[in-house]
Unconditional design. Sequence first.
Length: 551
Amino acid sequence: MSRYAFPAFFLLWTYACGAPGDDAQSASIHFTDVTQESGLHAHQISGVDPPTMLLESISTGIALIDFDQDGDCDVFVPNGATIAQPNLGPGCSLFENLGDLRFRDVSAQAGIDLTRWCYGATVGDYDNDGFDDIFVTCLGENALLRNTGKGAFEEVGHAAGLRGAVWSTGSSFGDIDNDGDLDLYVCNYCVLDPSAPPPYSSFVGVRVLAGPMGLPDLDDQLYLNQGDGTFRDISEESGILAQPASWGLGAVILDFDGDHLPDIYVGNDSRACFLFRNLGGARFEEVGVFSGIAFSEEGEGQATMGIAVGDVDGNGLPDVFTTNFMFDTNTLHLNLGDLLFEDRTMAYGLHLDSRPYLSWATGFFDFDHDSDEDLIFFNGNIYPQDVCQARDWGYNQPPVLYAREADQFRRLDASSAGAWLDDERCDRGTGFGDLDGDGDVDMVVSGRNQAVRVLRNDRDGGAWLIVRLEDPRPGHEHSGIGAKIKLSAGSAVQHRWIASGVSFFASSAPVAHFGLPAGTREVALEVSWPDGHLQTMERVKVPADLVVQRD
């Protein structure tokens, strides 16, 4: 897929990809599992079956990264290990996108030699050299894979000052001090020694694996990028340690209140979630309970796993959808402004479908290009199959996909959206992005002790616009992580954010994707860069894969 970058004062567009007559078709959502023919063949390991410790159950994520800067999404596959050999797993993999949804394994030539027990992967250009790097959370020492720009990576985590914890999980890149480089928030989970399994626990009267309750928790870490290829741990001085450690699983650094100071949302397991308000000067105060986002509508802490960000109510502020444990609801918190949130899960019809499932990766995306964002979440149990079977819980579980229709979300089934929706798996992380250059959002799905899956979007209607940001200034992260993009098509307005840390243990393409009604030919754009710089463009042609350079 080719790309062209233009100065911001031009009318910006790239090649149009819509097929003749495309606009005359009605939009619908349909995906096809194309894993076998894609060449992306990777099997992720997370312990043995049946699992004996929580370490084995949570499993690993996935990451989309354009590591060679050729304009398409390559795929990084983290991998786990076994309790018997926690530092000698089968190793992570890197797959190069060859176009037309074909991939090849380039792990060896890219120098990918990471065999420790890995969990999440976060992508960002931490050293501002124009090539995206990968931070990988692990059991023990975390890893920072620096992209050399020559088709290879080198592991520099220790040299960069990123110290490991006992067990790190989710993470997020973002520029917390608006100095142009990416800082890093790292979630840490609990203390669990592979050589000393804790006693079993109980869940609704069933003997199950212990954790996280009853296990020692770990403080999260916040690292400030020093601009010289190293980070400094500012966890204590920043104020994030003013709150007790809370079994963190995921984080998103994003400006939630529109003051151009990136805040930090943290999803915690079985406890209140955090919302750290940015006070400036890399200082934060925790306002989760005050804001209304810490708990569900019932006032309960949830087992927050996946995180999705979107503008559900159209007010231009990022709302938050989180996935949770079975017998609980996944939760939608609408952003009312001034860092106040309200649980509107029931109002949007999202309160029932999630209860039978244990949910992980999630995302808001306009899969059918009808100008609103649809919603998906992936599921799979953490308990052994025999325990699940005895209680009729379901170990392998199907994904849940919704089409947005006015003020509700309507659940789709396999008869309309594809056979993959009936395919029960033990899924975990998902990376979202246009893998084949046709303008719609495809998916790569990770899972526990199973093959990675490639799901192709067969969108059959509507127009589209993909917006990529580039900041060419020296010493500035190039892809605009933290930016907000507003699109106007007549009186209709859509908002997107380029955020790190969404989904679950995963990284998606760092772009803003917009679906548009059939027949749309041009739109207006407004880009609010992370530091508040505003950039506007009129009469942008669609469909297009557009690169906007900061002016």
